[in-house]
Design a protein around this ligand. Structure first.
Ligand code: BTN
Length: 266
């Protein structure tokens, strides 16, 4: 017997639009069954002059991209297993430093009190990676188009060769699916990004620190630097106490990994 087709996924596009359109008047929500990458699509649109605020969701990405030139793999039938979307909007912050931390903090806060953040913007649970964030910008001058791409494991991915073991949202929130996760995240994320635009990262420093998975741990940077993580500064730079003194790591292009075990809970 052929397998019956699965029911179409019901996305809460209308509810998200209602919650966001007051803050972003031209906002729209778009769901595509398949695309190479939601980030690539919004960057293509921006380069073609289309800079309107949009939340673009893909039920499946065929060429998802991660940070540091890595790929972001999702399985077939992806919408059951992963939530992949990008928020694109024009932004003019005084300083872009810390945007990725603000985004990670918003995602973690919308999902669960126990989630942690791994500088600069991964969402971790018990030293496993639940979500990744890729931020790109297009355009020059005061106002640029920011593309904030987010991938969240709803169930455990089959992907091989991951540098960090994966975590699944359903382990924290049993029964949650990709549309329900998107509904929790989308409106608070837009509000957080708009707040960042006017206030920057500094007001979020304490909240980031409370979820900072690296804090108080030995870390190793991809460029060989090692040190004890001491939190982040007002611009979101990672503070590392090293043999050569305190160093500030600002480049999101550096990979940073804990090399000591997590701190024991009190
Ligand atoms: C990382 O952890 O390296 C970042 C992963 C970001 C993945 C998301 S999925 C939606 C958006 N489209 C992409 O191609 N990448 C981001």
């Amino acid at each position: 017997m052929p397998t019956p087709p699965s029911a179409p996924v019901q996305w809460p596009a209308e509810a998200i639009w209602q919650a966001v359109s007051l803050q972003l008047p031209d906002f729209s929500v778009e769901v595509l069954p398949q695309i190479d990458s939601t980030n690539s699509e919004l960057m293509r649109r921006a380069h073609a002059g289309r800079m309107e605020p949009v939340l673009l969701v893909a039920e499946q990405q065929t060429a998802g991209r991660g940070r540091l030139g890595r790929s972001w793999q999702t399985d077939a039938a992806a919408s059951a297993q992963a939530l992949t979307f990008s928020l694109g909007l024009p932004l003019r912050p005084q300083d872009w430093s810390g945007l990725s931390l603000a985004v990670g903090l918003s995602v973690a806060s919308s999902l669960h009190a126990d989630l942690q953040l791994k500088w600069p913007n991964d969402v971790w649970w018990h030293d496993c990676k639940l979500a990744g964030i890729l931020i790109e910008t297009a355009g020059l001058g005061d106002v640029r188009y920011a593309v904030i791409g987010i991938g969240i494991n709803i169930t455990l991915p089959q992907a091989q060769g991951l540098s960090t073991p994966p975590a699944a949202l359903q382990a924290l929130l049993p029964g949650v699916d990709a549309p329900a996760a998107l509904l929790r995240i989308a409106a608070p994320l837009v509000a957080a990004v708009k707040r960042f635009e006017t206030q920057g990262f500094a007001p979020l420093r304490a909240a980031f620190q409370a979820r900072d998975v690296l804090l108080g741990r030995e870390v190793q940077c991809g460029d060989g630097l090692q040190g004890l993580a001491q939190g982040v500064d007002d611009l979101g730079a990672l503070l590392l106490s090293t043999a050569a003194g305190m160093k500030k790591i600002t480049s999101a292009e550096v990979s940073v990994r804990p090399s000591s075990a997590p701190k024991a809970s009190p």
